[in-house]
Ligand binder design. Structure first.
Ligand code: NAP
Length: 288
């Protein structure tokens, strides 16, 4: 990195355990360099046992803000003062900043990240149906995003009936989408109705690149005017997206969500527009 660290350099970062794999420093530092700002974004490894001490330490050294990755996205909630309605609904925080009164506030920018690429395809989703494969952490941001876009119906499909029941029961705030859960074996009936089908499972992620959550036969049921959206960004395209492209459908990979959630976080910390193209290019350069 050619950036000069000075006595005035302001600190940003990402906490996780582990955090070595995080791509966030690459895109954030590229944006900071492009803007010519005296900030640096660091990987900050924090063991779960040390989370509270780390957050107190961040206040002591006047850290401007930080991202949160696995396993701290839920645990951080009890350590900050203000939580956005979006983060409350999702039950997880990925972005924290210092307020003017010196307290910590948090939100979840994965929702903005998820919806950004979809917004380029349509404005009115009220007659549309989304099918979400998987019911884990990312699926929560996706469901909140589908509600924000105003999808008529959102089906969450999973393999564990108990977890599906807990998932649908966990949305205390009113969702602006009809949320339904279905077991995996109902997919052949659901796929023909899908306007957007989203893979939030890790199936197909590197190194398991020959795997897909759908069989070729199931993907064959998808309409050619539908969108297949995979949250995975390595490889690109995944097997799931290759199947969709073969079918003639539109494919969106997970890189844009990663870029846009990062851009939304950086805009909160810097309080100014951020160069999304620079962030995207930095990640693309790194991943190729
Ligand atoms: P997670 O909380 O562990 O959830 C994974 C979900 O996938 C669970 O519902 C799990 O089902 C399901 N699943 C796993 N293997 C399955 C299989 N063989 N068959 C059916 N369902 C299966 O993980 P996550 O944090 O949501 O992340 C999921 C994926 O999204 C990862 O690939 C991650 O890299 C990606 N992601 C991308 C972005 C981005 O910015 N692009 C952001 C967040 C996440 P059970 O609950 O039944 O085990």
């Amino acid at each position: 990195m050619s950036q000069v660290i000075t006595g005035k350099t302001k600190l940003l970062g990402v906490i996780g355990h582990p955090v070595e794999h995080s791509l966030s420093p690459i895109m954030h530092n590229a944006a900071i360099a492009h803007l010519g700002l005296d900030y640096v974004y660091l990987p900050l490894p924090v063991h779960p046992d040390n989370l509270q001490a780390a957050i107190s330490g961040f206040a002591a050294i006047d850290l401007v803000g930080f991202n949160i990755t696995i396993p701290h996205k839920q645990a951080i909630k009890s350590l900050i003062t203000e939580i956005s309605p979006t983060a409350k609904a999702i039950g997880a925080i990925n972005t924290v900043w210092r307020t003017s009164s010196g307290t910590w506030a948090g939100t979840n920018t994965d929702v903005e990240g998820f919806i950004a690429p979809l917004q380029t395809y349509a404005q009115d989703w009220s007659e549309k149906t989304a099918i979400v494969l998987g019911n884990g952490g990312a699926a929560r941001a996706v469901v909140a995003g589908c509600a924000q876009l105003g999808f008529g119906e959102t089906y969450v499909v999973g393999r564990n009936a108990t977890k599906l029941g807990e998932f649908v029961g966990s949305w205390h705030s009113l969702l602006a989408t009809k949320l339904l859960v279905r077991n995996w074996d109902k997919l052949p009936m659901l796929i023909p109705q899908a306007n957007v089908i989203i893979n939030t499972t890790p199936i197909g992620m590197y190194p398991n690149i020959t795997q897909s959550p759908l069989s070729d036969e199931e993907m064959g049921l998808l309409g050619t005017d539908a969108i297949a959206y995979d949250l995975i960004y390595t490889p690109s395209p995944t097997k799931f997206l290759q199947q969709a492209l073969t079918k003639g459908a539109t494919a969106i990979d997970g890189l844009e969500m990663l870029v846009q959630q990062g851009a939304a976080a950086l805009a909160i910390w810097l309080q100014q527009p951020v160069p999304v193209d620079v962030m995207r290019q930095a990640l693309q350069n790194h991943l190729t």
